[in-house]
Design a protein around this ligand. Structure first.
Ligand code: NAD
Length: 255
């Protein structure tokens, strides 16, 4: 349906093409499922060697490309393959991410580098490759970056992770500022703990149980809850939303 000022108000994403990094698992995979149901063509990006099989599980026409977002050659290939398979791409979801837990006085340089490299640099370089493609081809587009409540408030044992996600929120705002004139919207979502492999690894047990009690909603999030919100941010209903960090935390950060 076309509503106020010609804006598509029925959350339609049909016929769009989305590249989802980290799309083979967790929040990225839930977003892929959501998009597939809405008729979006998918390019799933992840380190899992079965990326293509996982993509085909959501529909024969989707593609999965196994690789690492830290590789410039791979990032270029992702855009080229999207163009070849679907005539281009409209949406980028940066969901590839890792966490590493240690006290600030103990965390190794190697651990710090790997978290910043994947979460911050990987998301930026993927956005740069995609943004340049859109600008060069005069296409509008939408990027959603997975930040975290950890980019907004301090979490014990999470110094590198918090720094990377704070960086993702800042980077999101700059890209929105610079690329608005090209019709490219860039937003972030900042979930609380989400019950994926990463969420379980970091928060299963007594520390997580105590943390849950600090959340007004008294629970962690399911990956499918995050997927629909990412879908909304990519839809025409969100045409005036850019540079925003949408916090999905059951109220944790209001205190
Ligand atoms: N789970 C949570 O509690 C939570 C909360 C807030 C934010 N986040 C963020 O959401 C995003 C997704 O998290 P998740 O819980 O789905 O994680 P997950 O571990 O379930 O999945 C992560 C995905 O990223 C991919 N990946 C990791 N490093 C990569 C690399 N270098 N190149 C390509 N792919 C790579 C993995 O293959 C996997 O598909 C991350 O950025 C994470 O920081 C997660």
């Amino acid at each position: 349906m076309i509503g106020y000022l010609g804006v598509d108000t029925d959350y339609s994403l049909k016929g769009k093409t989305a590249i989802i990094t980290g799309g083979t698992a967790g929040i990225g995979y839930s977003t892929a499922k959501f998009f597939a149901e809405k008729g979006v063509n998918l390019v799933l990006v992840g380190r899992n060697p079965k990326a293509d099989e996982i993509a085909k599980g959501l529909g024969a026409s989707h593609i999965g490309l196994s690789g690492d977002v830290r590789s410039a050659e791979y990032r270029k290939t992702v855009i080229e393959r999207a163009a070849l398979a679907f005539g281009g791409a409209d949406i980028l979801i940066n969901s590839a991410g890792i966490s590493a837990l240690d006290k600030a006085e103990l965390i190794s340089e190697e651990m710090w580098d790997s978290v910043i490299d994947v979460n911050l640099k990987g998301s930026f370089m993927m956005s740069q490759t995609f943004g340049k493609y859109l600008i060069d081809n005069k296409r509008p587009g939408s990027i959603v970056n997975l930040a975290s409540q950890a980019g907004v408030v301090a979490l014990d044992n999470h110094v590198a992770y918090c720094a990377s996600k704070g960086g993702v929120i800042a980077m999101t705002k700059v890209l929105a500022l610079e690329w608005g004139k090209y019709g490219i919207r860039v937003n972030a979502v900042s979930p609380t703990v989400v019950l994926t492999e990463m969420g379980h690894k970091a928060w299963d047990g007594p520390v997580g149980d105590a943390f849950k009690k600090e959340i007004p909603a008294e629970r962690f999030a399911e990956p499918d809850e995050i997927a629909g919100i990412i879908g909304f941010l990519c839809s025409g209903n969100a045409a005036m939303i850019t540079g925003h960090n949408l916090i999905i935390d059951g109220g944790y950060t209001i205190k």
